[in-house]
Design a protein around this ligand. Structure first.
Ligand code: PMP
Length: 355
């Protein structure tokens, strides 16, 4: 038997690990607890039935891009769409990263920024957020001036902390950056501010979004970015032809006819987030961080992993960050339905009382 080793720089790569355990309450991957409305399903399937399945899909996903562009008052050539915002990020790095380039990442943040950088051979420069998980704009600007990274990642609201980065900070970074600035707004609709206003033809700022969270379509894999037309044109050359299948393109376009349903799901989740936030604030064994997303990060004084295990034993799966640098002893809970959140709260109260 002859085997081949992975590329030398990938040999000690750890894969993406967020366990998919069989429990009754799954609050670990920031999906929506609510499915899309039945009217959406009917409209989507009706269109799919009429699709030419023997033909390749529209390579540029023109109708989808047009619909997304209209929602943001932009033009279709400022929109790029792919299979989840992860593929959008990957296409950005395939196009603008590579062995002779560096990406600046403010940790702790979404692990895939560093992971995809590495997969594409892009070196990373790691900077650190403050205790409040915000980026200090002054030190970020001087770091950028000194290091001149080709790519800068900013995640807002930041995963896993939930922190909303002030638009002024993002603007200062964009002014200082010599190259691409990626603002990952996967949780954008849950927040009060957005960097979309910074997108223009004059600079390489892109804002990425996803259908996985607010649009309740995680199973379909659809994400997009809004950015300058000249940058979108480069991405179109790099991404695989026909990468976005017809069912996903159609779903993304049809979903946009159900904005009011989406907004009502989002406001229910924001209300629940605030209820859960207050309840966690009342627990002296825990510090909870303010969040502009559909999840909350909290630190368990005296050990996060044991609390995670106790919750799993109680049928509740949250995300265990307890051994991650910068978020030691922290767990992240996705906002679920009120019943799921109550189940989580009861389990958490019991777990911390037992310690
Ligand atoms: N960015 C952030 C910050 C995320 O948390 C996620 C999902 N965990 C993604 C991007 C990727 O989302 P998707 O590929 O499902 O669009």
């Amino acid at each position: 038997m002859s085997r081949i080793a992975p590329r030398a720089d990938l040999q000690d790569l750890a894969g993406y690990h967020s366990p998919q355990l069989d429990v009754s309450v799954r609050l670990n991957t920031n999906e929506s607890p609510y499915p899309p409305p039945p009217e959406f399903l009917d409209a989507w399937l009706r269109e799919l039935r009429a699709a030419d399945l023997h033909r390749y899909p529209d390579r540029l996903a023109g109708a989808l891009r047009q619909a997304i562009a209209e929602r943001f008052d932009r033009s279709a050539d400022e929109v790029f769409a792919a299979n989840g915002s992860n593929e959008v990020l990957q296409t950005l790095l395939l196009t603008y990263g590579g062995p002779d380039r560096r990406a600046l990442i403010f940790e702790p943040t979404y692990a895939l920024h560093a992971h995809i950088s590495r997969l594409t051979g892009t070196r990373t420069i790691t900077a650190h957020r403050g205790d409040d998980f915000l980026i200090d704009p002054r030190s970020a600007v001087s770091l950028i001036e000194r290091e001149q990274p080709e790519i800068v990642f900013i995640c807002s609201p930041n995963n896993p902390s939930g922190t909303i980065e002030p638009v002024d900070t993002i603007a200062a970074i964009a002014d200082a950056a010599p190259g691409l600035v990626v603002v990952d707004e996967a949780y954008g609709e849950f927040a009060t501010t957005s960097a979309l206003s910074l997108v223009s033809e004059e600079r390489a700022v892109v804002v990425t979004r996803t259908y996985s969270k607010v649009w309740s379509l995680a199973a379909l894999r659809l994400g997009f970015l809004v950015g300058p037309t000249w940058l979108v044109a480069e991405l179109d050359k790099v991404v695989l032809p026909y990468h976005l299948d017809v069912s996903t393109q159609t779903a993304g376009r049809v979903a946009l006819n159900f904005v009011a349903d989406m907004e009502s799901r989002v406001s229910r989740l924001v209300e629940e987030r605030e209820r859960l936030f207050r309840a966690l604030q009342d627990l002296s064994e825990i510090t909870v961080f303010p969040s502009g997303a559909n999840f909350l990060l909290f630190r368990c004084h005296g050990g996060g992993h044991a609390v995670w295990q106790a919750l799993v034993d109680d049928g509740v799966l949250v995300r265990d960050f307890s051994s991650w640098p910068g978020v030691e002893d922290c767990l992240r809970v996705t906002i679920g339905t009120p019943e799921e959140n109550d189940h989580f709260l009861a389990g958490l109260r019991a777990a911390v009382a037992r310690k």
